[in-house]
Design a protein around this ligand. Structure first.
Ligand code: GTP
Length: 238
């Protein structure tokens, strides 16, 4: 079980995953650990796209709730993803992993713009492509960006990294008797409002039969385990 079962994957990392125990910003030790895990799967020959959130810097929804105009708040969140993407790029390149950052909003002085065909070429050449700035549009989450990019690059799976072991019937942090699903359908996730990803992201995956694997990011080695088909986390499919 040390061979990849997926040829091309889209890894969705939350901004909080990069924050560690801090309450804001980046914990570079954690960023370096994630980079090392990514290198392991790249070395197995798996092609990897990454979408990073920005919850460690700014949440558009929260800023909006506190009075920010929604569109501006969402753009601020998108800029946060660019910061996180550059941090991850730097950590990866430091350990010899070739990467490209592509932004959904053009900022050519910082990174190349998102071009689907170029992204696929980079992946074919073994480069990790980090998709920054979400979808480039307000009112969408980075989960939806992950679903969209996964579809566009024809990924076999979205790997959704979380703080818990998978999808539970109730919040496992608050309910010690919550039960974990080994697999669940998109429709059940939506009708039971299980908060795996937002509804738009799940619907997009359902409409295109794109497999999602939800797994725990806080256990080292899990990225490789999912890529190699170990039965961890929860599969969301048809
Ligand atoms: P191949 O054509 O497959 O070799 O890909 P490549 O990415 O190496 O070619 P390219 O010449 O397009 O890019 C060389 C470097 O410039 C890479 O690090 C790219 O990320 C970077 N780059 C390309 N386009 C842009 C851009 O519009 N803005 C910025 N900031 N960097 C860019």
């Amino acid at each position: 079980m040390n061979q990849p079962v997926y040829k091309r994957v889209l890894l969705k990392l939350s901004g909080e995953a990069l924050m560690g125990e801090r309450s804001f910003g980046l914990d570079y030790r954690i960023v370096n650990n994630i980079a090392a895990e990514i290198r392991e799967v790249v070395q197995l020959g798996t092609q990897l796209g990454v979408v990073v959130g920005a919850g460690n810097i700014l949440r558009g929804g929260e800023a909006h709730a506190q009075g920010m105009e929604r569109t501006s708040a969402d753009y601020m969140g998108m800029l946060g993803t660019v910061i996180n993407s550059l941090a991850l790029q730097s950590a990866l390149e430091k350990i010899g992993v070739e990467t490209r950052v592509q932004t959904a909003i053009e900022m050519k002085a910082i990174a190349e713009p998102y071009i689907q065909r170029k992204a696929i070429r980079h992946l074919e050449k073994g480069r990790v492509v980090i998709f920054a700035a979400g979808t480039g549009n307000p009112f969408f989450t980075t989960d939806t960006a992950a679903s969209l990019r996964a579809m566009e690059i024809k990924a076999d799976v979205i790997m959704k990294a979380t703080k818990v072991d998978g999808v539970y019937d109730r919040d496992p942090v608050r309910n010690s008797d919550a039960n974990k699903f080994n697999s669940i359908s998109y429709t059940d996730v939506l009708t039971r409002d299980l908060k795996v990803m937002d509804g738009t992201a799940i619907s997009l995956c359902r409409d295109n039969s794109l497999l999602i694997v939800v797994f725990n990011m806080h256990q080292s080695g899990n990225i490789k385990k999912v890529v190699c088909g170990h039965p961890i986390g929860t599969k969301v499919g048809n």
